[in-house]
Design a protein around this ligand. Structure first.
Ligand code: SF4
Length: 225
């Protein structure tokens, strides 16, 4: 979809001035096409009016754009070589399974990971978790018996479904949620040393499995948290 789209619309001004129905048609296959069209055109207008038609290179500026949350901003920053932790659904799930965080909120998970992963590895670490979540640590069928980090991951002895995540799911803000956070903290030696070893192992483990064809873009029509 994107090669044709970017051939037709080459600049933020092109997207801003496009006929709404035409743009909706062009991105129809991605789903949520109306909300995405609205966000694309609003963000493009803002790029033209506030940033001279150029994509800004700071997180603070990027999150001002319509439809852009910290996740998408960090994806964009990584393209510019600026380190950032991208917390998508895979990073969120794996960080909690590996007990690198006791939180459920993406912003808090990002802060926790920034505390245990060296800054230079932030972007690579997120990408590794995303690929690893797709290929090994699946949401419904985690492959714990053959997982290259099973001896480091506290969820391996629970088959990938640790009690701290069940408790958290049962009541995010209630007693069960707090119990989940306590269990996760108790289970997780969330140190940079363990996280770094896990990251390296995940990287090596991924060389043995085929790469997915789609590159995660973090672009979503839904509002990010
Ligand atoms: S041991 Fe299981 S839960 Fe832990 S990272 Fe590997 S697949 Fe995921």
């Amino acid at each position: 979809m994107t090669p044709g789209l970017f051939q037709r619309y080459r600049t933020p001004a092109d997207f801003a001035n496009a006929r709404r129905e035409e743009l909706e048609q062009a991105i129809h296959s991605t789903g949520f096409f109306r909300a995405k069209t609205r966000a694309i055109q609003n963000a493009s207008r803002m790029l033209v009016e506030r940033f001279g038609g150029k994509v800004p290179r700071t997180l603070e500026e990027l999150v001002q754009l319509d439809g852009v949350g910290r996740k998408t901003a960090n994806v964009v920053l990584s393209i510019f070589g600026v380190p950032g932790i991208v917390v998508d659904t895979h990073v969120r799930r794996l960080s909690r399974r590996m007990a690198l965080t006791a939180h459920d909120d993406p912003d808090k998970i990002e802060q926790d990971l920034m505390g245990v992963i060296p800054r230079a590895d932030w972007s690579a670490f997120s990408l590794r978790l995303i690929y690893f979540g797709r290929q090994v640590c699946d949401a419904r069928r985690p492959q714990c018996p053959s997982c290259p980090v099973r001896d480091l991951c506290p969820s391996s002895r629970h088959g990938g479904f640790p009690p701290w995540m069940a408790a958290h799911r049962a009541g995010r803000n209630g007693r069960a949620g707090r119990a989940g956070a306590v269990l996760a903290r108790a289970a997780g030696p969330a140190s940079g040393r363990i996280a770094g070893r896990a990251s390296g192992r995940i990287g090596r483990g991924l060389t043995a499995v085929p790469r997915p064809r789609a590159v995660p873009t973090g672009v979503s029509g839904r509002r990010e948290r």
